[in-house]
Design a protein around this ligand. Structure first.
Ligand SMILES: Nc1ncnc2c1ncn2[C@@H]1O[C@H](COP(=O)(O)OP(=O)(O)OP(=O)(O)O)[C@@H](O)[C@H]1O
Ligand SMILES: [Mg+2]
Length: 320
């Protein structure tokens, strides 16, 4: 009888012990799971509180490759992507607003000028001599041309940036093109008393590129060189082979560009001298267009400059 009671007591103790042990074990597992879930939910909350801009790194205790760990890793990757895309969207929006502000400023100046001249012609129609009328009309036409150039440049750059331009690639002698473009500027250079020379090496191989676009690159670089080179200066356009590439150099003896400005000049709307207003028709788009065209051809554009001594732009293109 006594033996039975002892056995019964032992069995009861064992059962109670097992139940207590199971309870403690379940509690530990439960706590382990809830701690990790709580950390995950706190991370999600912190990400939301940061305005979805700062992804929170998830550092879960234990290195278990279970569902919670995979869920956390997926959330971390997702939050990083959301933050990155949000950043990109904000940047695009900032650029769009900047572009709108710059465009409206640059369009306003020549438009106001043109309106002024045309209104004067209307109001004083009876008093104006034919020379005066001609002069006013010429000024209005000039502003009209500037507006046209600005709109055309903007249109071109927007299309290049949106990758909507397909270059018509063909093989052509780059040296001949350089000489033709230099020829186009010869009269203007003469008027500005600037020496403009083309130096093309005779054994220069042809390149594979869009001829119209490369012409545009040369025009932009020569136009800049003319604009920033004083009377008596010199501009040289050189074409020479450089290994498997062809190097195109536009060198001037103009005012040069300070070192700290060199990184910015290829940005759209960047002008070293901001006081050079949009009224002059120089919006600061030329080099941005030039760089996009060169990149579209898998080439590269570099600039070297010494203030007071001159500037050299170097474009390299693949040979045919
Ligand atoms: N050869 C150069 N010598 C000195 N400064 C230059 C030269 N080329 C460019 N720059 C500087 O870089 C800036 C940007 O040139 P970019 O061609 O993009 O614009 P822009 O000539 O002012 O206007 P746009 O080309 O739109 O008519 C210029 O405003 C000028 O300050
Ligand atoms: Mg320019």
């Amino acid at each position: 009888m006594f033996e039975e009671q002892r056995l019964f007591g032992l069995a009861t103790n064992l059962m109670v012990g097992t139940v207590v042990f199971s309870l403690i074990a379940a509690l530990i597992v439960f706590r382990f799971l809830t701690v990790r879930l709580r950390m995950l939910s706190e991370s999600i909350e912190a990400f939301r509180a940061s305005g979805f801009t700062t992804p929170v790194p998830l550092t879960l205790p234990g290195k278990l490759d279970d569902e919670i760990y995979r869920l956390s890793a997926a959330f971390q990757a997702m939050s990083e992507r959301i933050a990155m895309q949000l950043g990109q969207l904000e940047q695009v929006d900032r650029q769009r607003r900047e572009l709108l502000a710059n465009v409206s400023h640059d369009l306003r100046t020549p438009l106001a000028s043109m309106q002024g001249y045309l209104e004067t012609m209307l109001i004083r129609a009876d008093e104006l001599t034919s020379e005066e009328r001609n002069r006013y009309l010429q000024v209005a036409v000039k502003h009209c041309e500037r507006l046209g150039k600005l709109v055309q440049d903007l249109f071109e750059l927007t299309k290049l940036e949106a990758h909507e331009v397909n270059p018509q690639i063909e093989t052509f002698p780059i040296a001949e093109l350089a000489q033709d473009v230099v020829q186009k500027f010869a009269l203007k250079a003469q008027k500005c008393q600037i020496t403009l020379v083309a130096k093309c090496e005779p054994d220069c191989p042809p390149v594979r590129a869009d001829i119209g676009m490369i012409e545009r690159v040369l025009e932009n670089l020569i136009e800049n060189a003319m604009r920033y080179t004083p009377v008596g200066g010199e501009i040289g356009v050189e074409v020479r082979p450089a290994g498997a590439r062809v190097e195109l150099r536009v060198r001037d003896t103009g005012e040069g560009i300070r070192g700290e400005e060199l990184h910015n000049i290829f940005d759209r709307y960047y002008r070293v001298d901001r006081s050079e207003s949009g009224g002059t028709g120089n919006a600061g788009l030329g080099l941005a267009i030039t760089r996009r065209i060169v990149e579209l051809h898998g080439g590269d554009i570099q600039v070297e400059s010494a203030p007071g001594l001159g500037t050299t732009f170097i474009v390299d293109l693949a040979v045919a």
